[in-house]
Ligand binder design. Structure first.
Ligand code: ZN
Ligand code: ZN
Length: 761
């Protein structure tokens, strides 16, 4: 039979996932001749064979593709080819052209590699950077694309003859593995004390030493594959307290690394849904309920509610350390309060020297440091992303129908200030960065700027449009000034905060072309609305590229700026219409005079649901200052969850009220107060409040005849609220929640960008 030549183009996540070795073996199996190579868009195959064999080969590419790959498109053409290939070869490429593909994320260590590093007879015994074509760091160490060793931090390391042999052997799992190293040729680890003095340099000694230190109460700063982690014994109250004190983090829950599945089951309630998440290649922190009898010092690890942010060892380093310690360890980002995660030895020693007793360093450069991603799961098995970072960002898979309907535009969006992020549209993909934190922190702002510049260089990109928030004083807007770009040829666009949230959820569910009008329920703590209004309890109508604010929560005084976001009692004061004497005891005499005066002179109003939640939490016992954002909301949710779990009957506090003008926030407060006076339990009141919010949505949707309801904003990090909405409304309406983005301000950049693509084109 006559041989023809075919070119196959595959796009999607096909680099750094063992795709070329897979193709090589498949082609060899079919005795096909030709080449496979990484390109700027993915992978290209030249195959010389008969049409019939080609058909089988082609079909099997999609059927048998490596588990960590994601094929988005595969096409072929027959070409006239002069060359007659003698065999099939993997051809390395470094075209220098900008990439047009997803940036392959880091993958958790696979079970085979885990087994090898604990096998005394294996040459990788106790080598913590053992990887293969399906596992190990990728994005964290990528300096450039396509994904080839010389484009990563591993280009400093030359493979030893043994590693090279594996790399060249098509039958080996490390065939053509770009991250292949071993203890002979690979990454070196060493341990220092807090003064920077080297103590140990050999792998097998290091881990027992660190394990002993951890067990005797030391705090370790460990350079993981995507940044430093601070680790300590999670079972000893005094040790966790010491970490909290040194890190200046009084109550915000700390994540816990469990040494094994067994230990996980012993300490937290974990079902298959949660276990799947924890054991996925992303391997995020999953927030789970603590068991009543737990080894973890729960009051110190998670003082405000009995949940634990659980992690399983996802890197060789963590796996070896867990193997030695066999106890749950607190594992929190290696940073000082509010700053980004440390990623270099120098930075860590400088910033963490007053926190850590010992450091585990290594000489693999981390190009793109990222925190662990954090997710929570609702009882009705919905996933809520709280922090989108390692394993997820900066990739985002747009709905394919949406991708077809939009025009590419050279655009970058600068996001919000408090949970800052970047979105960029440099090619046919859209990239949504990890969250960076609060831009008022100097180091956070620096990392934000560096990441934008990195994107510009990876994608060889000059933006034509920069999108920012409408807030005139936002730091993210000011970042524009810092960018090294030609500002004369840039169009600057502004998008209102809550419209950006709405745009994010419209995009995730491809609702821009919806035939039905869509109701946007956009609730959060704070977003610039108008000169005199801070919004946060918004109802928008979207139809045919038009947004209309159709309803909002009743305005109340926005007083004392940032103080109000931290002190629930200030929100209560602002929402209080009753006898002042009933709440006066919450304030000092001076505070009372000052706050009352502020209330009188105030000109700013807010419709924030976040602050309404704070006020209700305050009435139900949260009378102190918050130490982290959302603390009062978590308190209120966990009260309500208790009532929900015992199937308490729910009451709508706005039953029979006229909500056509505004949603009656003051009335809700009155009802909470009167129920409290009648000795109805806090838990029941909290549940009624949640239920009232759900009923508000239903009433607005009915009044304006909506069928489609989309939800975004930080308030929807509340798992109970999401479940209640699903329970009450999913039968009558189509409800859309974020699935691959966080509902909080992390999605603002993504929303801004998509607003611009759809509305300003
Ligand atoms: Zn592996
Ligand atoms: Zn080697």
């Amino acid at each position: 039979m006559l041989n023809s030549t075919f070119k196959i183009r595959i796009s999607g996540r096909v680099q750094g996932v063992g795709f070329r070795p897979f193709i090589y073996n498949l082609a060899t199996q079919y005795k096909i001749k030709g080449t496979v190579t990484n390109t700027t868009f993915g992978v290209e195959i030249t195959a010389q064979t008969s049409a019939e064999v080609f058909r089988n080969f082609y079909d099997n590419i999609s059927l048998q593709a490596p588990s960590s790959s994601k094929i988005e498109a595969i096409t072929f053409t027959e070409v006239s080819e002069q060359i007659h290939f003698k065999d099939f070869q993997i051809v390395a490429t470094n075209s220098g052209n900008p990439i047009n593909a997803p940036l392959t994320p880091d993958f958790a260590i696979c079970s085979d590699c885990k087994t090898e590093i604990l096998d005394k007879n294996n040459r990788r015994f106790y080598y913590p950077f053992t990887t293969c074509t399906t596992c190990g760091p990728r994005y964290a160490i990528t300096e450039n694309f396509p994904f080839e060793r010389e484009n990563t931090s591993l280009h400093h390391f030359n493979m030893c003859p043994e590693c090279q042999k594996e790399y060249n052997n098509p039958k080996d799992k490390r065939f053509y593995s770009q991250t292949n190293t071993c203890s002979v040729c690979g990454i070196q680890v060493w341990v220092t004390n807090a003064n920077g003095e080297k103590l140990y340099e050999t792998n097998p000694e290091i881990f027992p030493f660190l394990a002993n230190q951890l067990k005797s109460g030391s705090i370790i700063a460990l350079k993981n594959t995507s940044g430093y982690l601070l680790l300590c014994d999670a079972t000893k109250a005094e040790v966790v307290q010491k970490l909290r004190l040194r890190k200046q983090r009084p109550v915000k829950p700390l994540a816990v690394l469990f040494p094994s599945e067994e230990s996980l089951h012993k300490n937290v309630s974990v079902d298959d849904f949660a276990l799947n998440e924890l054991q996925s290649t992303v391997s995020p922190i999953v927030i789970l309920p603590s068991k009543a009898k737990s080894d973890v010092a729960i009051n110190e690890v998670s003082p405000i509610n009995r949940t634990i942010g659980a992690l399983l060892p996802y890197s060789g380093l963590l796996h070896l350390l867990c193997h030695e310690t066999q106890i749950p360890l607190v594992a929190t980002s290696g940073n000082v309060h509010g700053s980004p995660i440390c990623s270099s030895e120098k930075e860590a020693e400088e910033k963490l020297k007053n926190i850590a007793d010992f450091f585990l360093h290594h000489d693999l450069h981390i190009e793109h440091p990222q925190d662990d991603s954090v997710v929570r799961l609702t009882k009705k098995k919905r996933k809520i992303i709280l922090r989108r970072a390692r394993g997820l960002a900066p990739n985002f898979s747009l709905p394919s129908a949406y991708k077809e309907q939009i025009q590419s535009k050279k655009i970058v969006a600068l996001g919000a200030d408090l949970k800052s992020s970047i979105a960029i549209f440099p090619n046919t993909y859209l990239y949504a960065s990890e969250y960076f934190g609060n831009l008022s922190d100097y180091d956070t702002a620096l990392r934000f700027q560096k990441t934008i510049q990195d994107y510009f260089s990876i994608f060889k990109f000059q933006p034509e449009v920069v999108v920012k928030d409408k807030h005139p004083l936002y730091e993210s807007g000011r970042m524009l000034e810092e960018l090294q770009i030609d500002k004369n040829n840039i169009k600057v666009e502004e998008v209102q905060h809550h419209i950006a949230h709405f745009s994010a959820i419209l995009t995730e569910h491809n609702l821009w072309q919806s035939q039905n009008k869509v109701l946007g329920i956009i609730w959060d703590g704070i977003g610039f609305g108008t000169e005199h209004e801070i919004w946060g309890g918004e109802f928008f109508e979207y139809q045919k590229k038009e947004f209309k604010r159709i309803q909002h929560f009743e305005n109340f005084n926005w007083i004392l700026g940032d103080k109000m976001s931290k002190n629930p009692k200030i929100s209560l004061l602002s929402l209080w219409n009753g006898n002042p004497d009933e709440i006066r005891h919450l304030f000092s005499a001076n505070e009372w005079i000052l706050f009352e005066k502020q209330k009188e002179q105030n000109t700013l109003q807010t419709s924030s649901v976040g602050r309404l939640i704070d006020a209700v939490a305050c009435l139900l016992g949260f009378t102190y200052e918050m130490t982290f954002e959302g603390e009062a909301a978590i308190y209120l949710e966990s009260l309500a969850q208790k009532a929900y779990d015992i199937q308490t009957a729910k009451i709508d506090y706005l039953e029979g009220e006229d909500l056509t003008e505004t949603i009656l926030s003051f009335k809700i407060i009155e009802k909470v107060v009167s129920d409290s006076k009648q000795n109805i339990s806090k838990e029941e009141i909290a549940l009624n409040f949640h239920f009232t919010l759900v009923k508000v949505i239903e009433k607005v949707a009915n009044f304006h005849s909506f069928k489609e309801i989309a939800y975004s904003g930080g308030v929807f990090q509340n798992a109970l609220l999401v479940d209640l909405i699903e329970e009450e409304l999913a039968v009558k309406f189509n409800c859309y929640f974020h699935e691959n983005l966080s509902p909080n301000d992390e999605n603002i950049a993504f929303g801004q960008l998509n607003y611009s693509v759809n509305i300003n084109s």
